[in-house]
Design a protein. Structure first.
Length: 239
């Protein structure tokens, strides 16, 4: 990881233990964190970059009582790598930038521009494929009674966000997932509340050569204007 990536991982670990793993109560008009910790889960993909982002999160044992009354020691943020959370596989285009795909596979580039949701990379996946493999995981998330921290990839987080926020499948590939930001979703019976917590500002990212991620492949009449050598969209990894 870059220096900024390591720093973000440290801040995420601190946030996980000081905020996610503690109960919140209201005192007047203010939200206060109680001292009592609560059980929390941690899911990552099986890919190294998400596992590395979780490396500073500690796993202490905390007392926990089940609904049945059984008391046990809960291993806090026990690491669980889920293959369902792996990023969209780009097949023969895996690891290529949009510009490289446009140069080497112009027909594929054009097809994905027209239908990012259903387009499937040669020997790879489409967003629809990933939606199907994420569906049972989303249902498992809904059943979970513990706080859940997911460290995932752009495409995966877009789909999960769209699912819980009630967005259409067509909207899912274009959801903005900002870099180095925790998106807290709190689902209720008929609505899902959202809060975004930036753990590292843009100036800190730029000092390490990072910038906000690209949310989608360029679409529209201005596409040709984006082909400049240093254009960030055309040089973004394919996803």
């Amino acid at each position: 990881m870059s220096k900024a990536g390591v720093e973000y991982a440290r801040r995420l670990a601190k946030y996980a233990h000081e905020v996610i793993a503690k109960t919140a109560i209201e005192e007047g008009d203010e939200l206060v964190l109680e001292r009592n910790v609560v059980p929390a889960r941690l899911w990552t993909s099986t890919l190294l970059r998400t596992i590395e982002t979780a490396e500073f999160i500690e796993h202490p044992a905390v007392p926990h009582s089940l609904d049945s009354g059984l008391k046990l020691d809960w291993l806090q943020f026990r690491p669980m790598a889920r293959r369902n959370l792996d990023e969209i596989y780009a097949g023969v285009c895996d690891g290529m930038t949009y510009k490289e795909i446009e140069t080497q596979f112009p027909d594929e580039f054009e097809r994905r521009q027209k239908d990012k949701l259903s387009y499937r990379y040669p020997r790879g996946e489409s967003y629809m494929d990933v939606i199907l493999r994420l569906e049972p995981l989303a249902h498992e998330m809904e059943r979970s009674q513990e706080a859940l921290l997911i460290i995932g990839h752009q495409g995966i987080l877009r789909i999960l966000y769209a699912y819980f926020m009630g967005l259409s499948r067509d909207d899912a590939p274009y959801v903005n997932i900002p870099l180095n930001t925790v998106i807290k979703l709190t689902p209720y019976a008929d609505v899902c509340e959202e809060e975004r917590i930036c753990l590292m500002n843009k100036e800190e990212m730029l000092n390490d050569g990072q910038d906000e991620p690209i949310t989608s492949m360029p679409i529209g009449p201005d596409t040709q204007a984006r082909y400049a050598l240093n254009d960030p969209i055309m040089n973004a990894p394919s996803h």
